[in-house]
Write a protein that binds this ligand. Structure first.
Ligand code: ADP
Length: 360
């Protein structure tokens, strides 16, 4: 059974002719070169009267297989579209349980014809799946025993009230929470690294911020911190919604953690040129100049003891930066000691008419 997922791509700019003047290749030489390519190539003439497949195409499926006919029908669709100037990149999966994944890229040729390039990406897809399974397994293998230890420590605290044993069990509990948070953040980083931007959609920035605020509401309430929403223009970015919520959530989490009780954390969405900035500002202790450039490093903390006491892992800002860079953006900070900090998650603004619009 074949499944396909279609991702529109921009029509490639026509590359200028290479300055190979004086170099003439015969049709036979061209054909030999095409036939020695590891990827499949199918070429259709401008008037759609003749179609040519290179040798790799015939190596993709056993002769006479029904998958081959399904595959060629899909290639014909893409060639027809490319003749009309609509090129695309498509992934097709064949066969069960041994799934093979092929990536098809269609091109409009300079002479008016069309071509489809076929790449067998089965190995790459399998490797990605193994990595994802690895992250899921690690999560289970580490969290299950930690959960058991934590349960025992809780029981000990309850059974040995106000004794040294209860106090020691309390320390075990709080260290377990820290370990659990660190594992959670490490796994989140690994997941972002493995998945990249495989779940790209158009996301309303307002929704990202609202979801992040909803997640942090109880933490803010516990410190009587008010989250004040300032400018909220109606803008859209292209990105992974869950990752972006997590990035804004990390900035808000820090702002609440480092703010004095009863203070205000301000959140605003600003736009400038082609950029959206989600700004989170607090009245916390601020960060001195010497630390500012390092706080986005993994496990870097300005005040180790304070970070530990607030349950910090030292990974939050590294996650924010990773997500920002993955989305073609960045994260910046301005801070004054004793006055507070202002973090800005910067993302490229999504303009109507860009690649990926349903009407393009
Ligand atoms: P943590 O889990 O320790 O908060 P982060 O990576 O989120 O780790 O932040 C790294 C360090 O940057 C923190 O330990 C803290 O010293 C500093 N920091 C981050 N956000 C703020 C903030 N809003 N105000 C003051 N310091 C901050």
């Amino acid at each position: 059974m074949a499944r396909w997922f279609r991702k529109p791509v921009a029509a490639p700019d026509v590359a200028p002719e290479s300055p190979n003047t004086g170099v003439h290749m015969s049709l036979v030489q061209m054909r030999t070169a095409m036939n020695s390519l590891p990827m499949g190539v199918v070429i259709l003439s401008a008037d759609a009267s003749s179609k040519w497949n290179n040798r790799a195409i015939y190596g993709l499926f056993p002769a006479g297989s029904s998958d081959f006919s399904t595959f060629m029908a899909r290639v014909d669709d893409l060639l027809g579209e490319a003749l009309r100037g609509r090129t695309a990149e498509t992934t097709i999966e064949f066969g069960e349980p041994m799934v093979r994944t092929l990536e098809l890229t269609s091109l409009s040729l300079i002479d008016g014809g069309a071509a489809v390039i076929v790449d067998d990406i089965t190995k790459r897809v399998l490797t990605d799946r193994v990595r994802t399974d690895f992250v899921a397994n690690i999560s289970h293998e580490l969290r299950t025993p930690i959960g058991a230890v934590s349960l025992m420590a809780e029981n000990l605290v309850a059974e040995t009230k106000d004794t040294d044993v209860a106090r020691m069990a309390g320390v075990i509990l709080s260290e377990e929470t820290r370990l659990n948070n660190t594992i959670g953040d490490l796994l989140e980083l690994a997941r972002i690294e493995f998945d990249g931007l495989s779940n790209m959609t158009d996301v309303e920035v307002m929704k990202i911020v609202e979801e992040a605020i909803a997640r942090l509401r109880s933490a803010a309430l516990a410190k009587s911190v008010m989250i004040a929403i300032e400018d909220f223009p109606d803008v859209v970015v292209a990105g992974d919604r869950a990752q972006l919520v997590s990035a804004v959530g990390n900035l808000l989490d820090n702002a609440i953690k480092f703010s004095p009780n009863g203070s205000i954390v301000k959140v605003a969405i600003e736009t400038a040129d082609d950029e959206v900035r989600i700004v989170v500002a607090d009245n916390g202790p601020g960060i001195s100049e010497e630390h500012l450039s390092r706080i986005f490093e993994r496990f870097y903390r300005v005040d180790d003891a304070r970070s530990r006491s607030t349950g910090g892992t030292g990974l939050g800002l590294a996650i924010v930066r990773h997500i920002a860079l993955l989305h073609g953006g960045d994260v910046g900070v301005a801070s004054t000691l004793g006055e507070g900090s202002r973090f800005a998650l910067k993302l490229p603004l999504r303009r109507l008419g860009q690649v990926g619009d349903s009407n393009t």
